[in-house]
Design a protein. Structure first.
Length: 71
């Protein structure tokens, strides 16, 4: 995706319908998430689905932080 992504949120009872739209191509996908999910979680799920639809490689997950040793 060379352009941006637009997100649309519509609450339907205890679920949220999230649309992700690629600004360049106009490609649009929808996901349904629980209302209890954070906005960031909702956007990540919708963005991952949009990337899959556009045929882009998935970005690897960020590894968890490890505890370092103090000298």
């Amino acid at each position: 995706m060379s352009g941006g992504v637009l997100f649309e949120f519509v609450q339907m009872g205890q679920t949220m319908r999230v649309a992700a739209i690629d600004e360049v191509t106009g490609t649009e996908v929808f996901v349904i998430t629980p209302v209890s999910a954070t906005r960031l979680q909702m956007e990540r799920v919708a963005l991952a689905k949009l990337r899959r639809k556009l045929g882009e490689p998935e970005t690897p997950p960020i590894p968890p932080a490890t505890r370092g040793k103090f000298a």
